[in-house]
Design a protein around this ligand. Structure first.
Ligand SMILES: [Zn+2]
Length: 462
């Protein structure tokens, strides 16, 4: 080997060694001193110690590492970056929030009608999971034999975690016909009436029984009383019928003398007595109900079936609640609307504000709320009534003779009298026959509120 060749080889080795040296130096300067564990998944909604992702710190202490995990949302599935700071340098670590926890739930046993089906949702309760869940049967079940049948229910969350449980379904014969809740109604000649909206149907098994309406006779263009028949049938073929009378009425004549008795705050223990008196004198009236006296609710149906008007007066009648905001008012009103529907089959559109539309109490809770509410209720299709006469039973310490004097002091052709159907209002019941007799002698008739009634509005003061 000549000298030239030797020099060339040695030179190459030296250059190579130099390059390797530089690489080693570079790696030793820039390589991360933080070593992370390989499992970087976080279970959704769990409490995480982000320092536990650091396996070790080369030539250092974990205490010198500061961690910024503010980008991580443990309540949401996804990938996030956690920043670890060590000796003025930042190291970013990707972590994943995952959901591997299956849902939990309780089963309940239910009955199903022979040959019918039941929704699996009806057999579970208290489903808990951090994501949306779906309830299914483990397979398709049929219920064609009487007796108990074991079924398997699967609850699956959005990330396919599943829990399966067994429960029992009792297969029974369905012999009970659906119940039709509907009462008599009236409509002004030529106006539309939604017969479907007047009725609701309940059944012990069938969530949606069919409802047919026979209204062959009904002629909305002609004054008179018409029979309308409702026929309901459940999936098991049980049928029930109910016949009502639709009164097609004239708009009340201008010269006709009418008293509209209105009872607020009921039903109460006095309701049956009031209804008896009204029946004895062939009077109709209106009841603006609340939800407060649950033990007397059956009288809502009784009053309705006897031809009286059921109106709404809010569920709680609590000023601080219903006048705290317009949302709170409507929530409360809708609640009493649903209550009414349970007893008469539909949500009444006739309402009365607690304290009337002129009340000043509402100002204490929300200035200007009555101005807003009086418009909003009308936009939603309700009609609100104040009154143009009263018996004074809202005031404390008024004698019966004073009350009677007040109640009979009006000489308007159309009188709407405010009264109360509430516990403690014995005087109201006691003088009621005399109030009725007074006006009947003068040629007044007592009517329920319908679309032909006057709509007295007082001045809005708030
Ligand atoms: Zn009231």
């Amino acid at each position: 080997m000549n000298l030239k060749k030797k020099r060339y080889i040695w030179g190459s080795i030296a250059i190579l060694a130099g390059i390797i040296g530089i690489i080693v130096l570079y790696v030793s300067v820039t390589a991360s001193p933080l070593h992370f564990v390989s499992q970087r998944n976080i279970e959704i909604n769990s409490v995480v110690d982000f320092s536990s992702f650091v396996k070790d710190v080369k030539d250092g202490n974990l205490e010198d590492v500061t961690i910024d995990s503010s980008a991580v949302n443990v309540k949401k599935i996804g990938e996030y970056n956690v920043i670890y700071k060590y000796h003025d340098k930042e190291y970013s670590l990707k972590v994943k929030v995952v959901d591997t926890t299956p849902p939990t739930f309780d089963v309940q046993s239910k009955s199903v009608a022979l040959h019918q089906t039941i929704a699996p949702e009806q057999l579970v309760k208290n489903v808990k999971d951090s994501s949306q869940t779906q309830v299914t049967f483990a397979k398709k079940y049929t219920f064609d034999e009487l007796g108990e049948k074991e079924v398997e229910i699967i609850v699956t969350d959005e990330y396919d975690n599943q829990t399966t449980q067994k429960t029992k379904v009792k297969v029974v014969e369905d012999k009970k016909a659906p119940e039709i809740i509907v009462g008599n109604a009236s409509v002004i000649v030529g106006n539309d009436i939604d017969l479907n909206a007047l009725a609701s149907v309940k059944d012990d098994f069938d969530p949606k029984p069919t409802l047919k309406i026979e209204k062959n006779e009904l002629d909305i263009q002609k004054k008179g009383n018409y029979k309308v028949k409702y026929i309901a049938e459940d999936v098991s073929g049980n049928r029930s019928e109910k016949e009502i009378t639709i009164q097609v009425i004239d708009k009340t004549g201008e010269d006709e003398k009418v008293v509209y008795l209105t009872f607020d705050d009921g039903p109460s223990r006095y309701t049956p007595e009031v209804l008896d008196i009204l029946e004895r004198y062939h009077c109709k009236a209106a009841f603006f109900i609340t939800g407060m006296n649950s033990s007397y609710r059956k009288y809502i149906s009784t009053a309705h079936n006897q031809g009286h008007t059921i109106g709404l007066h809010t569920y709680s009648h609590s000023y601080s609640k219903v006048y705290s905001s317009t949302e709170a008012y409507f929530q409360d009103l809708e609640k009493v609307g649903q209550l009414a529907k349970d007893y008469i089959g539909f949500v009444p559109k006739y309402i009365r504000f607690p304290g009337g539309s002129s009340n000043l109490v509402s100002k204490k809770y929300t200035p200007g709320i009555m101005t807003k509410l009086s418009k909003m209720v009308e936009d939603k299709g309700y009609i609100y009534y104040d009154w143009n006469a009263e018996n004074g039973d809202g005031y404390a310490k008024m004698s019966q003779s004073e009350m009677l004097k007040r109640a009979t002091s009006s000489s308007e052709k159309k009188i709407m009298i405010l009264m109360h159907d509430a516990n403690g209002k014995q005087n109201t019941v006691d003088i009621l026959p005399k109030v009725i007799e007074h006006y009947q002698k003068k040629g007044y008739t007592f009517k329920a509120i319908d679309d032909s009634a006057i709509v007295p509005h007082q001045h809005i003061n708030n």
